[in-house]
Design a protein around this ligand. Sequence first.
Ligand SMILES: C[S@@+](CC[C@H](N)C(=O)[O-])C[C@H]1O[C@@H](n2cnc3c(N)ncnc32)[C@H](O)[C@@H]1O
Length: 237
Amino acid sequence: MSTLHRLIGSCYRKTEALLRPLLFRREKTAILSRYPKLQPIMEAFERHYIRVEYGAHDRSLMERIERKLTTHDEFVYGTTPWRSFLKVADSLEIKPDDFFIEPGCGTGHLCFLMNQAYGIRAQGIEVMANFITTANQIRKDLSEQGFDFNNLHFYNLDFFSSDFSRGTIFYIAGTCFPDDYLTRLIHKIAKEAKPGSTVITLTHELNHPAYVLSHQVEAFFSWGRDKALVYTLQDVN
Ligand SMILES: C[S@@+](CC[C@H](N)C(=O)[O-])C[C@H]1O[C@@H](n2cnc3c(N)ncnc32)[C@H](O)[C@@H]1O
């Protein structure tokens, strides 16, 4: 890598680190105006991922470099902002016995959100170890401060080896997943999850007989404006 490339990279990282707190403040204000009890959770995420030199994108990249995974597009990281996901969640009919599963949960913030704002069971599965270590650290620290996270779990696993049978709401931010990879994942969910389950994907429409489009929600993501597609799973087995 040339000196010029290193300099550009360093300027980009520094600008991103300076802007991050400003963008997060807007997220935090919006979420806490509706769910004030999430304040310690948002502040924990702020401490770990916002007011630091290396944010979530850097942390994913650093682990991918170390594990020699940078040529695998499926592991590219992108964030769904808290506010954007709340907009999607508001469009669903969430019941107390729902079970949220997020294959490829990244930092796990959406699992915390679903578990604490909607009071439902939530499970995040992520292949990047450092995200799961941090999510479990936040879970442990806040449990000691009185939060009940008995129904919130994080696993450092390949989602292809996970069991999806208990899930009723799935969220897949798989815009960067190669087509065949996303196809394998939606086949697995269709095979294991109960008919009537909700499956939310981004960007590309799904082409599978078990997935019937219910509606779509437009929102902002770390890569720009995009659409969340909300499907209801049918019994075609
Ligand atoms: C675009 S990011 C989305 C993160 C999070 N869902 C969000 O919306 O903020 C996709 C994540 O999926 C993870 N991932 C990709 N393939 C995976 C696999 N087979 N098992 C577990 N995680 C995986 C990547 O490491 C990455 O963190």
